[in-house]
Design a binder for this molecule. Structure first.
Ligand SMILES: [Zn+2]
Length: 308
């Protein structure tokens, strides 16, 4: 059976792996993200050799999820907030020198959404939105059974919907974005502000404290859920998706975040759109980006061959 490779580049790690045509993960591993472009291309070259060695059959195609805004028209990365070396980087020819198979590049959250839709909790629906809630908030949209990339490739930036006009400053330079109010970073910031807790405390530790009955910890999750729900309310009324999938590290807190999120989303959307949508946890976890980018390569290879 043919084999496909997926890469998922993050600010700290480059995850990579192989899937078969059914989306089963055959191999995965990760490596620290190098600080420079040269180091990054070097690393991809080495990992590519490793993947070829490990693949039970020749690798047919590869997908590459990158953090940031990828312009489908110029095939350049416009802006990558967590890896500024990639800004304006012409990634297509650089990767073509390394990857000797057809490959496709897209935004990492789009790739994760495609993975969940093709092989995860989103299987079988025609419309979904995936939100990945971690250090930041990423988003990807499937509409009409297709990844919705938008006019230039910039769709799905759910993390930068304004949910609090007078709110916290966001990494994108604007104020009160969903990411600035409901990410792990925002949750920790709000908790520390309320309690004076030391730097270095994590969202997981705050969840543990909330579970142990600490009021300030519970309130930090309530607040994040309130704003996350405002974001979901916008998505529900705008898109009427069949599913909204919530992934990322913060979702490990379970009901602690989910309950206030659902309460807030219910209050901010039409009852009909809320009732139509199943809001649930994503299922592929940290593998969503690898599986999604590889599955995206499968899809594009098939449609290219269809056109040929
Ligand atoms: Zn923003």
């Amino acid at each position: 059976m043919p084999v496909y490779a997926g890469f998922d580049l993050g600010g700290t790690q480059l995850k990579y792996g192989l899937i078969d045509g059914f989306g089963a993960l055959l191999f995965k591993d990760k490596s620290a993200t190098p600080p420079t472009i040269e180091g990054f291309l070097d690393l991809v070259g080495r990992l590519w050799k490793e993947l070829r060695r490990r693949a039970p059959e020749p690798i047919e195609a590869a997908g590459f999820g990158i953090p940031g805004i990828y312009d489908l028209r110029t095939r350049k990365i416009l802006q990558s907030p967590n890896f500024s070396g990639l800004d304006e980087f012409d990634i297509q020819p650089a990767l073509a020198r390394v990857l000797d198979v057809p490959f496709w590049v897209d935004n990492d959250a789009n790739m994760a959404a495609f993975g969940e839709w093709a092989h995860g909790a989103g299987r079988g629906v025609q419309s979904l939105v995936l939100l990945t809630i971690g250090t930041g908030i990423g988003g990807g949209i499937i509409l009409g059974g297709r990844l919705w990339q938008g006019g230039c490739g910039f769709a799905g930036e759910v993390g930068h919907i304004t949910v609090n006009p007078d709110g916290a400053m966001c990494n994108c330079g604007r104020q009160g974005c969903l990411e600035a109010e409901a990410s792990a970073t925002a949750l920790v910031r709000d908790y520390r502000r309320a309690t004076g807790a030391p730097d270095g405390i994590t969202a997981e530790e705050i969840a543990r404290r909330a579970g142990a009955g600490e009021e300030a910890a519970r309130r930090a999750y309530e607040r994040a859920g309130y704003y996350l729900g405002i974001g979901l309310g916008i998505l529900l009324n705008l898109l009427n998706p069949e599913k909204i999938l919530l992934g990322g590290g913060v979702m490990a807190s379970g009901e602690l975040l989910l309950r206030p999120t659902l309460d807030s989303a219910r209050n901010r959307s039409y009852k009909a759109t809320f009732d139509c949508c199943s809001i649930e946890r994503a299922s592929l976890g940290n593998d969503a980006g690898i599986i999604g980018s590889a599955a995206w390569a499968v899809r594009n290879l098939a449609s290219d061959r269809g056109r040929a």
